[in-house]
Write a protein that binds this ligand. Sequence first.
Ligand code: NAD
Ligand code: UGA
Length: 458
Amino acid sequence: MKFKKNILCIGAGYVGGPTMAMIAYKCPQYRVTVVDINPSRIAEWNSDNLPIYEPGLDDIVRTTRGKNLFFSTDIEGGIRNNDIIFVSVNTPTKTFGTGAGMAADLQYWEKTARQILQHSQSSKIVVEKSTLPVKTALAMEKILNYTKNSITFDILSNPEFLAEGSAIKDLDNPDRILIGCRETESGYAARETLVEIYANWVPRENIITSNIWSSELSKIVSNAFLAQRISSINAVSALCEKTDADITEVSRAVGMDSRIGSNYLSASIGFGGSCFKKDILNLVYLCQYYGLHEVADYWENVVRINHYQQERFIVNMLNAMFNTLAGKKICLFGFAFKANTSDTRESPAINITKRLLEEKAEIVITDPKALKNAKADLEGVEGKVSFIEDPYKAAEGCHAIAVLTEWDLYRDLDFQKIFNTMTKPASIFDGRNIIDHKRCFDIGFNIFPIGKPALTHF
Ligand code: NAD
Ligand code: UGA
C-alpha cells in the first residue's frame, strides 16, 4: 500500500510510543515508524507486554501495529526513508559540569540531530517533541544546516502536553496542539504540514501556532504553573495542620472561584514524575543564565516546597509513632508517582522509602503496576524491603500504612480486614487523602491525613 505520508519518531519512550500510536490510529493513510537505540525497548513494543502501562494504549497499538505503525532499531534507515521526523528523546537534568543539577542535558538530543544530518538524503521537517530549553531550535538549525547543500531542514516546536495515566485520553482529545515555527516561508509551509496531520482528529481551533521560541518556552512554563499550584496547596496544607482548618475544604472553596479553577489543587506528598522538577530547574537555570535572579528564586521555591512537603510527611510519621521507627514495619500503598501508570521516575515514594529505611523501619511495598520499577529504583539500597502485590498480604503484621499513590483500588479496600491483621496501635498516614478517614478511625486506626486534623485514639 502506498502511504500518503511517512513519519518517523526517534525515541520510543513514554511520549514517543503513545503519541505515534495515536497518530497511526487516527491517520491510517500515514505510515508511522518509531525507532530507539534501546533494542529491548523496541522488542517490548513489538511484544504483547508493552514497555509502559497506560490505560487504552494496548488497544490502539494492537489495532495499528504491523499495519501502519512499526517499531524498529533501524535509525539510519528510518531517517533516510521519512520526511517528517519527530524527536522525542529524553532530556534529563544535567548531572555533571556547568549547570549540573539544573540545566537540561541535551546530549541525546544533539546526538540525534547529528544522526539526522549524517543519514539524510533529502530535505526534512524535524519536529521537537521533547521538552527543551528555549532557543534549542537555534542550536539545532546550526547543526543541521551547517553544510550548505541542497538538503534543507525546517525545525518545528511541537511540545507534548499529555499526562501519564491519561495519555491516551489526552492525545485523543487534547486541550491544544501547539506548533511553533520560524517566521519564514519554508517555516510556515512546514508548520502547515504538521497542522494537517493533527487536523485529522483535532478541531482546527484547538491547533494553535506561534513563533518557535514562544512554543519552546510555553511547554516549560505550563509545567511550572501546574507544579506551582501543587506547591501552593501543599504549603497551605502545612498551615491547615497547625490551625485545624481542612485542606479539602479550603481547596474546594478556593477552586470554586472560576478565575482560579479546581484542578491541581489536591494536597499530597508532593509532585513526582520525570518532568515537573526537571523542567522547573531548567527554567530556573535559564533565568539565572539571563541574569534574572529574582525570577529564578521565585520558581526555585516551587521545588523547595515540594521537598519540604515530603520531609514533613516523614517527620509527621516519626512524631506520631513515638519518635522511633526502628524495627517497625511500614506498608507503602503505592509506589508509582501517580495513579494509572507504572512509572516511578522521581516518585516521592523513592525518597520516602529511603528516609524510612534510614530510620531503620522495615518496608513492605505494594502497587498494582509499579513493583518492577520499584525494585529497580531500590536496588542496592540498604535495609529491609519487600514487595507484595496483594495489599491485604502486604499490610499483614505492619504497624502503619502510608498511602503514597492515589490508586482507586485503595479507596475500596476492606479496611476492617486489614486492621485485624496489623500490629496495634495501627496507623494510616494518608499522603493522598483518598481513604475514608472517619470509617477507618471508627474501625480502630489512628489516622494522619495531609492538611487535616489527625484522628487518634490516644
Ligand atoms: P523516555 O526516557 O521514556 O524515552 C526517551 C527514549 O529516547 C528512550 O527510550 C531512549 O532510549 C531514546 N533515545 C535516547 N537517545 C536516542 C537516540 N540518539 N536515538 C534513538 N533513541 C534515543 O522519555 P519520555 O518520558 O518519553 O520523555 C521524552 C521527552 O518528552 C522529554 O523531553 C520529556 O521532558 C518530554 N515529555 C515527557 C512527558 C511524559 O509524560 N513522560 C510528557 C510530555 C513531554
Ligand atoms: C505533567 C503535566 O500534567 C503534563 O501536561 C506534561 O505533559 C507532563 O507533566 C510532562 O511534561 O511530562 P505528569 O507528570 O505525567 O504530567 O502527571 P500529572 O498528572 O501532572 O502529575 C504530576 C505529579 O503531581 C504527580 O505526582 C501527581 O500525583 C501530583 N499531583 C497532581 C498532585 O500532587 N496534586 C494534584 O492536584 C495534581
